[in-house]
Design a protein around this ligand. Structure first.
Ligand code: CP3
Length: 335
C-alpha cells in the first residue's frame, strides 16, 4: 500500500500473478475436492483456503482473491465451463445475445465472492495487502465473443469492426458490472484492486484507445466516484509504447508491466508513478542463474523507485515451488 501511495520501499514488496494455482500441490488437492473450477471460486471455504496457501508457504506481501475474470460472463449466464486441458469455454455471443444480456442477477450471483473477501480480510495478517480484481472489458469480451481462448483474439477484433454498436454496448455493460464488482470487493475489505487486460496487446492504435484504455478509465472513474481513495493497478499486457499514456488515460495508480517492456522504458514510466512487474515467468520455470539474473537486473534498474515486484504475467503450472522460494529470498536480499 505504501508503494501504491508513491513511496519507494526497499526491498520492494512482492506477490505473483496467479500465485494460487496448479504449480502448488496443495492447490491441486483442494481443486480435486471442489470438483469444478467455478465451484472452487464460489465456495468461500475453498476460495479462502487456496488464497491463503501461497501466503503461508512464501509470506508474500499481498494475497490476491481467488476467483476468475470469467465469473462476470458466468453471472451473465453465458454458460461458462472450464474443461480439463481446454481452458475456459462458453457459448459465443452475437449482437442479439448482447441486446438480451440481463445485468440484474449479477451482483447476487457474485455474493459468495464478497463473502470470501470478508473472511480473507479477517484471516490475513494485518500487514498483508488483500487485492481484489476483475478482467478489463476488452479481455472479458474476447472470451465471450470467441467462446474460448484464441492466440490472437481474431474473432473479437472482427466482431468489433463488423458490429461496432453491439460491441460498444458490450464493453459498456462489462465496464459498469466490473466497476460494481470492484466496489463490492472494496466494501468487503479488499485494500486495492487490479484490472487484468491480458489481451490489450493484440489491438491496433485506435482500438487500443477505444476498447482497452477508455473502458478501463470508465471503471476507474466509477470506482473512484464511490471510493475516492481506492487504489487501482491496471495491467495491460503487450501494450508496449502505449503504456506511456496509459496511466494518465485510465487514472490507475500503478501500472503492471509484462516482461517484454524494456527496463529503461520501465524506468521512465516509474518517474510518473508506481510500476509492477516484470520478470518473465519462464525464468521461474528455469530457476538457477536465469532466475537470479532476471531478478537482479529488475532490482538494479527499478529498485530505486516505487516498485511492486511481480512477474510479467501469471506463474505457469510447470513452475517448481522451490524456485518461488528462491525468488522470494533473493528479492528480500537473503539470496
Ligand atoms: O492470481 C491468482 O492467484 C488469483 C486467481 C486468478 C485466476 N485467474 C485463477 C485461475 C486470477 C487473477 C485469474 C485471472 C484470469 N483468468 C485472467 C487474467 C490474467 C491472465 O492470466 O491473463 C484470464 C485471462 C483468465 C481466464 C482464464 N482462467 C483462463 C484463460 C484459464 C485457463 C488457463 C489456465 O491457466 O488453466 C483460467 C483458469 C484458471 N483461473 C485457473 C486458475 C488457478 C486454472 C484452473 C484449474 O485449476 O484448472
Amino acid at each position: 500500500m505504501k508503494v501504491l501511495a508513491g513511496d519507494t520501499v526497499t526491498p520492494p514488496p512482492i506477490w505473483l500473478m496467479r500465485q494460487a494455482g496448479r504449480y502448488l500441490p496443495e492447490y491441486r488437492e483442494v481443486r480435486k475436492q471442489a470438483g469444478g473450477f467455478l465451484d472452487l471460486c464460489y465456495t468461500p471455504d475453498y476460495a479462502v483456503e487456496v488464497t491463503l496457501q501461497p501466503i503461508r508457504r512464501y509470506g508474500f506481501d499481498a494475497a490476491i482473491l481467488f476467483s476468475d475474470i470469467l465469473v462476470i460472463p458466468d453471472a451473465l449466464k453465458r454458460d461458462v465451463r472450464f474443461e480439463e486441458g481446454r481452458g475456459p469455454l462458453m457459448s459465443p455471443i452475437d449482437a442479439d445475445g448482447i441486446a438480451a444480456l440481463d445485468p440484474a442477477p449479477v451482483s447476487s450471483h457474485l455474493e459468495p465472492v464478497m463473502e470470501t473477501v470478508r473472511r480473507l480480510r479477517n484471516e490475513l495478517p494485518a500487514e498483508t495487502t488483500l487485492l481484489g480484481f476483475c478482467g478489463a472489458p476488452w479481455t472479458v469480451a474476447t472470451y465471450m465473443i470467441a467462446g474460448h481462448g484464441t492466440p490472437d483474439q481474431a474473432p473479437a477484433r472482427l466482431f468489433a469492426y463488423r458490429e461496432p454498436e453491439a460491441f460498444a454496448r458490450l464493453l459498456d455493460i462489462l465496464a459498469d458490472l466490473s466497476a460494481d464488482y470492484l466496489c463490492g470487493q472494496i466494501e468487503a475489505g479488499a485494500d486495492a484492486v487490479q484490472i487484468f487486460d491480458s489481451w490489450a496487446g493484440v489491438l491496433g492504435e485506435t482500438e487500443f484507445e477505444a476498447f482497452a484504455a477508455r473502458p478501463v478509465k470508465r471503471i476507474v472513474d466509477t470506482v473512484r466516484a464511490r471510493h475516492p481513495s481506492a487504489k487501482i493497478i491496471a495491467f495491460a499486457k503487450g501494450a508496449g509504447i502505449r503504456l506511456k499514456t496509459y496511466r494518465q488515460t485510465t487514472g490507475a495508480d500503478a501500472i503492471g508491466l509484462d516482461w517484454s517492456v524494456p527496463l529503461s522504458f520501465a524506468r521512465d514510466l516509474q518517474k510518473d508513478g508506481p510500476i509492477q512487474g516484470n520478470l518473465d515467468p519462464m525464468r521461474v520455470v528455469a530457476g538457477g542463474r536465469a532466475l537470479d539474473e532476471g531478478i537482479d537486473v529488475i532490482l538494479d534498474v527499478l529498485g530505486g523507485g516505487p516498485l511492486i515486484f511481480n512477474l510479467g504475467h501469471g506463474i505457469t503450472p510447470q513452475a517448481d515451488p522451490d524456485h518461488v522460494t528462491q525468488l522470494v529470498r533473493r528479492v528480500r536480499g537473503r539470496g
